[in-house]
Design a protein around this ligand. Structure first.
Ligand SMILES: [Mg+2]
Length: 374
């Protein structure tokens, strides 16, 4: 395929409720969509959509939204133009001169992948090798102001039917909240926590107190670069340790597995540079008996649909953060929002990512439209 046009749609969507993690509170989702027109070898012009998941502040990872948009427009798209003939499978190779910026690269690869699959009439799920048509839907619960409020919010999601609860924690909002949720909802609840790197190894004795609550896992307790320290913490507590921020490629996943830093890996396609790298991490983890699940970055319907397909691979043995679109948005930018029903989200079966972007909704939430000069 040959790239004919590329544009960035900058969006700002209001969240249905503020979302607080150990590093920031979000009331709106700012992101950009990558729309690409490509010409196939038989002369057909096909459109593909990608979504960039960088946060507007560099508090989760070094990448941030405005920087990511500049990298796409100024460095990545020109590399694809210079390459001439491209496929989704060669995008990563063509972008190799640009260091880092995995979320920028992922959004570009997504647009090419969506266009390629649409031109072939193939769904993303079948392309990946998905083995199920629906995936269990977990929900990520932000840090609340009080223990009572945590119990109330968690109870609301359990009533909605979510299959698994993940609670964000930080020093000062951890043990008591976890204890209260376990006490209120019982031992059967699939329950895990996410610290977003808010602790250090000095906190090991404190974190060990979580062991008595039967958590599925604790996600990223320590810093992004702390692979060795995570391996040390794993020796000191029985709750399985899951890495998120630390895993930015198949290579770091392999290192974490061999060091004993991760019993579980949260795979976020944006964080690792795209869905094809995400599948490589799945393959490595599965070969080593390491469970994986699909994390979330408050995606719109595009990324949410793609995540559902990824999570239908056989190694995704734990429920992911693939909630219904309405967990974050009153209105989404796809014609059919992703819905949770009976604790699952259906894997889209249509061509490409299997969703249709709603141009009116995109226009409604758009703050800027950038046509990239090729
Ligand atoms: Mg996380």
């Amino acid at each position: 395929m040959k790239l004919l046009a590329a544009r960035l749609h900058h969006l700002e969507l209001p969240l249905v409720s503020p979302f607080t993690t150990s590093f920031m509170t979000q009331t709106h989702k700012r992101c950009f969509l990558v729309e690409m027109e490509l010409e196939t070898t038989d002369g057909t012009v096909v459109t593909g959509w990608g979504e960039n998941v960088a946060l507007d502040r560099p508090f989760y990872s070094p990448e941030h939204l405005d920087g990511s948009a500049e990298v796409v427009a100024r460095w990545l798209v020109p590399e694809l133009v210079a390459a001439g003939e491209i496929t989704a499978e060669t995008v990563h190779h063509h972008l190799r001169r640009v260091i880092g910026n995995p979320m920028a690269k992922a959004s570009v690869e997504m647009a090419v992948l969506d266009a390629q699959l649409r031109s072939e009439g193939k769904s993303f799920a079948s392309y990946l090798g998905a083995v199920s048509s629906a995936v269990p839907s977990g929900v990520s619960v932000g840090i609340q102001d009080s223990v009572a409020q945590t119990v109330r919010v968690v109870g609301g999601y359990i009533d909605e039917g979510y299959a698994r609860i993940k609670l964000k924690i930080q020093p000062g909002a951890d043990i008591e909240h976890v204890a209260a949720v376990r006490r209120e909802f019982g031992d059967e609840l699939l329950f895990q926590v996410d610290a977003n790197a808010a602790y250090t190894l000095v906190d090991a004795a404190h974190l060990r107190r979580l062991d008595e609550y039967g958590l599925l896992l604790i996600e990223q307790p320590l810093g992004e670069a702390d692979l060795r320290q995570h391996a040390e913490l794993a020796k000191q507590m029985s709750t399985p340790i899951c890495l998120d921020e630390s895993i930015d490629s198949a290579e770091t996943a392999a290192d974490a597995i061999s060091l004993g830093s991760a019993a579980v890996i949260n795979i976020k396609p944006g964080r690792v540079g795209g869905y094809l790298e995400a599948r490589r991490i799945h393959d490595i983890a599965r070969a080593h008996g390491i469970a994986v699940w699909c994390g979330g970055m408050l995606e719109t319907g595009i990324g949410r649909a793609a995540n559902a397909a990824l999570a239908a691979l056989p190694g995704f043995t734990l429920p992911g953060d693939i909630s219904g679109s309405d967990r974050f948005y009153a209105l989404d930018i796809t014609t059919e929002p992703i819905r949770m029903h009976d604790g699952v989200v259906d894997v889209p079966a249509g061509p490409g990512f299997g969703i249709e972007v709603d141009p009116d909704r995109v226009a409604e939430f758009r703050t800027a439209l950038v046509e990239i000069q090729l």
